[in-house]
Write a protein that binds this ligand. Sequence first.
Ligand code: PMP
Length: 408
Amino acid sequence: MNPEQIQSIRKDFPILAEEVYNKKLIYFDNAATTQKPRCVVEKIAYGYYHINANIHRGVHYLSRQATEAHENARQAVASFLHAAKREEIIFTRGATEAINLAAFSFGEAFCGEGDEIVVSAMEHHANIVPWQMLCERKKMKLRVIPVNGRGELDMAAFGGLLNERTRMIAVAHVSNVLGTINPVDEIIGKAHAHDIPVLIDGAQALAHIPVDVEKLDADFYTFSGHKIYGPTGVGVLYGKEKWLNAIPPYQGGGEMISNVSFEKTTYNEIPFKFEAGTPDYIGSTALVEALRYIEATGLDKINAYEHELLTYATGRLLKEIDKARIIGTAENKSAVLSFLIGNIHPYDIGMLLDKMGIAVRTGHHCAQPLIDFYGIPGTVRASFAFYNTKEEIDIFIDALKKAVAMLT
Ligand code: PMP
């Protein structure tokens, strides 16, 4: 993408023109949440202004309109993920809820005492704690794929973790701390050779790399709307039809029932079985607007440009900032730059950058076991999106130099 295209993209994201502390905002916290293009915000407003009514239950015109919009959104998400069927798309509040749903319901149906779940050492807490809760509930064991110093999964060790008690493998597609793009196709291939299903946490992947869940043969795939330029409060659990039919509901109430009596309640079909209560039908329709936006821009182009930004920032950081050290140097990496400078605490750098108008994240990034593995207090994380520019990186490097001068 050329600078004119980027400038035109930036105009679609009004927040990028904001100032903080009288300085131009530089937003490098895209792994935490992405900014929203105007079309997404307008779709939310349109939904509330024109089609707002509770879905599925009403016979009236507006309710049918809203229901149709929500179900069309399901189809659009299915197409985006290349899922075989729209029923395989469950709307949730986000990736966290999607993983909790899968862990709970799969655990109820298929796990028992002595069974094992495999996660990796680089998981976000959202892909650790729900499995840990399952392990506590059912007296099971959580096993962990180790990472190497570069922040890549130890695939040899992974093979050694699989046995007849392994019930599920849950790994991130892309690490939110390191940017590592994990070899999920290889993981799924090895797991399936042992008849073990795999859940891929795609929270950090989908905005950056094309995903085809059918080709990947993922059993479950999860993501959050807000990390892919969509609204917050809506996310997705993709599950293969055979699994979704075989596992019990996660929450009760609303449209998830078929018939309720005090003696016995029967459950609705998928996907409704997993969407208890009023779904976020405004969020789901606005999410589709975001998916359309990135499809129109082109994920391949986005990926190539973000990679250019990452390479540029990495090069300047290592060359120009004394004692800079990058955490996460995997061969296959998305646009996340986690780093430390000498012994300076990441929080101090983050605070000073903030005062210069630059938003980065500092701390453990909800991946404490990984931070402990590196024996560090956390990192400073700059995460890029396709609306960021090399000029912003130049300002960031200058600001870092100033911060380091103040802190040493
Ligand atoms: N997994 C990963 C890899 C993430 O980066 C995040 C968000 N930081 C999540 C899961 C959880 O996403 P959410 O908070 O939107 O549910």
